[in-house]
Design a protein around this ligand. Structure first.
Ligand code: HEM
Length: 515
């Protein structure tokens, strides 16, 4: 204060005046940014204090942002704010805040943020995953869901389409005769093939270049759309001129995607027969033709949407399930007690003379509990996909303005000590009651498991993913004992590599035949 009054009276020399004024300006700027982040109206939002200009960027582990966000949830609570450069993001971590946002205020939180990465080639205008909450998106999601149901979600369709591919995989495992091998590419091929059959009506031979192309595209988009380093491209789009890796990854991915469209989507338009629709892409072509008269309106399915839906589904439907199966194998090899108990259950319910079917699920509670625990423990889509508010709204008494970006911290929710005893222990029994039955869906523990998220943006492939996981895992353990080859990589998901989807390190396995 004394300095200010000296300046006002002109008693300080010019240099000192400049220093003092700069200091006061700096303090005011920090206060301004601080208040900007913390006070969104209503209750005052807490959060790590942002630095001037860059916000919290340097305080976050950009390789594993979910670890930092979970740590901050313990410090600042279930609703807190962070700032990345000039962008405010609200992080929801607790059960109450996530359920209120996604279920009670479903429409308010159903948007997707506008990001440089998803706006490239206007993809966010036509796809399911990144398009924001509009009547047009609703119409597209409804049609894709309906066609997934028709060509993939019915029990008979899934079983027929999946078991053919799974049997091919099991024969490859058998051919290894118990020797150690790396199962990643074989499993990836099987999962991708089930999606291809569903989407375009055909599968590819093992080793086909397009399986590698789909895998490469998945890797590129997985890194390119994570909440980690590649996020910088949204905040500072000019970085694309600096040769930044994430921009090159996106460009390469977009080219592979074009090539896949040309080889798998375009030919179906030529051979399309409206009387004999056999797969999801053909049913979208039919919807495109049937909605032609609505051109320019919400209900119209454009050509771009057919292509984008193909990309969304082949990517979302492959990497997520592939990673869950790989983690299952890794956990079985390191938890022989769980593996033995599962095999006993399979032997008892299915026996050895037939393959498991989806109708066996209801009689296999330990398998059900193990798959729930797998999805909780690995939480391999740790921050879901960013949401965005569509109107001025609130959660747990905190006011949140329209167009605010929201992170749904599933990782934090699934490893929160308030809800899960020993959250870093893999323990399927937490999903069983005292009689050995799987906890019912309305049990508090089940309601806290939100691996597929919830509400308007809930995963479109939840039923498909759960069915395929059951068929894969039960068929695998029916025929093989899974054993480690030497030292396995860490099974602790905190060590997994970050992307939109987390992955463990590669490993080899022995699949010793049982039958
Ligand atoms: C274990 C397997 C899977 C897991 C854990 C998983 C999880 C998720 C999660 C957390 C989201 C984000 C939801 C949100 O933003 O709140 C999501 C979205 C989505 N998933 Fe899955 N998923 C899996 C498998 C699949 C499969 C097999 C398909 C394909 C049929 C699929 C298609 C989608 C689509 C299209 C979206 C975007 C939905 C939208 O934005 O409206 N997923 N998934």
């Amino acid at each position: 204060m004394e300095a200010i009054s000296l300046i006002a009276r002109g008693h300080l020399d010019k240099d000192v005046t400049t220093v003092v004024l700069s200091f006061i300006g700096g303090v005011l700027l920090i206060l301004f940014l601080y208040i900007g982040v913390k006070r969104e109206g209503g209750k005052v939002l807490c959060g790590p204090t942002p630095w001037p200009v860059i916000g919290n960027v340097l305080q976050i582990n950009l390789k594993k942002p979910h670890l930092t966000l979970a740590k901050w949830a313990r410090e600042y609570g279930d609703v807190y704010a962070i700032r990345l450069f000039k962008q405010n993001i609200i992080v929801l971590s607790g059960e109450e805040s996530i359920r209120e946002a996604l279920l009670l205020r479903a429409n308010d939180f159903a948007g997707r943020p506008k990001l440089y990465r998803t706006d490239l080639q206007e993809r966010s205008l036509h796809d399911i995953v990144w398009q924001t909450f509009t009547p047009r998106w609703l119409a597209l999601r409804k049609i894709v869901h309906r066609s997934l149901r028709a060509y993939g979600l019915g029990l008979r369709e899934i079983e027929a389409k999946s078991m053919h591919e799974i049997n091919r995989l099991l024969d490859i495992f058998e051919s290894k005769r118990g020797a150690a091998f790396d199962p990643h590419m074989e499993i990836y091929t099987t999962v991708a093939n089930i999606m291809l059959v569903l989407l375009v009506g055909k599968s590819l031979p093992y080793g086909h270049r397009d399986i590698y192309n789909i895998k490469r595209l998945n890797e590129l988009f997985n890194e390119g759309f994570s909440a980690g380093q590649s996020r910088l491209l949204d905040l500072l789009p000019w970085l694309r001129y600096t040769g930044i890796k994430s921009f090159n990854q996106l460009s390469e991915g977009l080219q592979i995607r074009e090539d896949l469209h040309a080889r798998y989507v375009e030919p179906l338009k030529g051979s399309f027969d409206p009387e004999n629709v056999k797969c999801v892409v053909e049913s979208l072509i039919l919807a495109h033709k049937n909605t032609h008269h609505l051109s320019g309106h919400a209900g119209h399915i454009g050509e771009e949407s057919i292509r984008e839906a193909f990309t969304n589904l082949i990517l979302a439907g492959t990497d997520t399930t592939f990673t869950a199966i790989i983690c299952f194998i890794l956990l079985m090899a390191s938890h022989p007690d769980v593996q033995d108990r599962l095999r006993d259950e399979i032997d008892q319910v299915v026996g050895k003379d037939r393959r498991p079917t989806l109708s066996d699920r209801q009689n296999m509670p330990y398998m059900g509990a193990t798959l729930f625990e797998l999805l909780r423990y690995i939480s391999h889509i740790p921050l879901a996909i960013p949401h965005c508010t569509t109107v001025d709204t609130q959660v747990m008494g905190y006011s949140i303005p329209k167009d605010t970006q929201i992170y749904i911290n599933l990782w934090g929710l699934h490893h929160d000590e308030r809800y899960w005893e020993r959250p870093w222990t893999f323990d399927p029994s937490r999903f069983l009651d005292e009689n050995g039955h799987v906890l019912p869906p309305d049990h508090a523990t089940r309601k806290r498991l939100l691996t597929f998220s919830a509400g308007r943006r809930v995963c479109l492939g939840e039923a498909l993913a759960k069915s395929r996981l059951f068929l894969f895992t039960s068929s695998l353990l029916q025929r093989f004992t899974l054993q480690p080859d030497g030292v396995l990589p860490s099974t602790d998901p905190r060590d997994f590599e970050m992307g939109l989807v987390l992955h463990p390190d590669n490993f080899k396995i022995k699949a010793v035949p049982r039958l």
